[in-house]
Design a binder for this molecule. Sequence first.
Ligand SMILES: *[C@@H]1O[C@H](CO)[C@@H](O)[C@H](O)[C@H]1NC(C)=O
Ligand SMILES: *[C@@H]1O[C@H](CO)[C@@H](O)[C@H](O)[C@H]1NC(C)=O
Length: 452
Amino acid sequence: MKSLSIGSAIVLLVLVAASESAKTESTIFGPQPMQYPMPATSTFIVSDFLQFLQTAVTCFNKLRIPEERFPLYLAGVFPNCPETQCFVRCLSANLNLYCDETGSDIDRHYLQYGLGQDYNCFRQKAEQCLAANTSPCNDPCEAAYKQELCFLEEFRKYVDSNMNSLIAAVAVEKTENNPVYYNMNCRLASALAPFGTRDPPPGPLREAQTACVKYLGICKTRLVQYNNSIYPTDHDTMCMVRCAGIIVGFWDDSQGFKLEGLMQLYPQLAADSRAQQQILSCAEQRIATCPPPDTCAKAYNAFRCFLDAQKHGFGVREPQPEEPMSTVVDAQEFMRSISICSKIQRIPKNLQDLYLQGVFPNDEKTRGFMRCFGIRTELYDDMQGPNISRLYRLFGTGQSETEFRRKAELCIKANQPLLDGQDKNVKAYRTLYLCFSKQITAFIRANANAMP
Ligand SMILES: *[C@@H]1O[C@H](CO)[C@@H](O)[C@H](O)[C@H]1NC(C)=O
Ligand SMILES: *[C@@H]1O[C@H](CO)[C@@H](O)[C@H](O)[C@H]1NC(C)=O
C-alpha cells in the first residue's frame, strides 16, 4: 500500500514533467510588461538541491507526516489539508522564501526556483497571484499554503530538473518487472538519505542498528538513513528503534524508556540535567499517546524526544541563570518589528525591500516608519529620545559603554538644532536612525537571512 503510492507518485512526477514541457505560452500579443531591475542576491543565499531536499526531509520528520506522502510532495502534489499546509510553510520558511509577517518573497522565489525564466514575466505573474491569495487568515499554515501555491509550477520544474538522476534510477527498477515496489521504496530511501548527513550515532548504536535491520528483515539500504541519524516515522523504523534500544539499553518493554542507556552513549547528555528533564517529560507525554500494545511505537516516540532535544545540543549551557539580555529586543523581534511597522505605516514594497537591506532613505514614509520601529522595540521614546543603554546592549559588543554613550550623545546633540519646529518623525529619524545607522544597517544585514 505504502510502496504502491510511492510508485504512483513517481509516475505522477514523470507525467507532471511531460505536461510542463509540452505547455508553451504565447506572450507575443500580451501587454508590454513593466520593466523591473533584476533582484539583488546580496541578502539571500540560494539553497542547492541537496540543502533543499534536506530541508524538506527535516520538515517532513518534524511534522510527523506519513512516509508515503513524501514522493507526492516532491512531485508538487500538495493536498489541501492542515499537515500539508504546515509542511509548505515549514519548507518555504526554512528556505527563507516565506515568512509569516511579510509573506512570500517574489525575488527569492525567482532566485531559488526561477531557473533562468524572464524575470519580468515571473514577477508579474507572481504579483497577480499573490494579490488574489493574500487575504487575512488566522491560520499561519493556511496563509503560507495559499501564497506559496502561486509558485507551484516553478517548484515542480525545479524539482523535476534536479531529480532526473533519481527518476532514471527508479525507471530502471520499474522496467525490470520484478517485485519492484519494495525495492523502489528502499531506493528512494537510500537516494534521499545521504542528503540528510548529520552526526552519525555513536558506535554501539550503529552496531545495534545493523544487527536489528538484519534480524527484522528490513531492507539494508535503510541503514544509510539510520547511520545518518535519520529515523522516519514508518513502522519498520519504529521496530528497529525498539530492537536497538533493547540492545544498547535505552528501552525495555516492561520498564519502558531508560534514559541511563542514552546517557552512557552520550556523555554530554549525562552532564545536562535540563535536557534530561526535557526528554523525560516529553517521553512521558508521548508514550501516553501510543496505543498500549504497540511497543515499537512507544520506544520510537520516546527516542524521538531524545532526538528533538539533541537538535538543540547538550551540555555547555547547563547551569544557565536567567540571562539579563532578555529585557533587550532580540534579532527576531527586531526583524519582526520592521515588518510590523511596515504594515502599520503602509510602506510600499519597494521601500520595504530597501529596509530589509538596511537602507532607510530620508523621506516622509520612512521617517514615520522609523518612529514606529523605535517605539515598538523600545529603542526610542518621543520624550526621552533614543535609549542609549538599550542600544548599547544590542549593538555595543566590543566597545565600552562610556565610549558608545559619548559618541551617541555627541551625535544626538549635533542634530538638536535641526529639530526645531519639526515633527516627531523627523526627531526619531535623525536621533535614532542617523546616529546609529551603521549599527542598524549591519544588524539588519546580518539577520536578513535569519528571518523566521
Ligand atoms: C552503518 O554502520 C555500521 C556500524 O558502523 C556499519 O557496519 C555499516 O556498514 C553501516 N552501513 C551503512 C549502509 O552505512
Ligand atoms: C532604557 O532601557 C533600559 C533597558 O531595557 C530600561 O531599563 C530603561 O528604563 C530604559 N530607559 C528609559 C529612559 O526608558
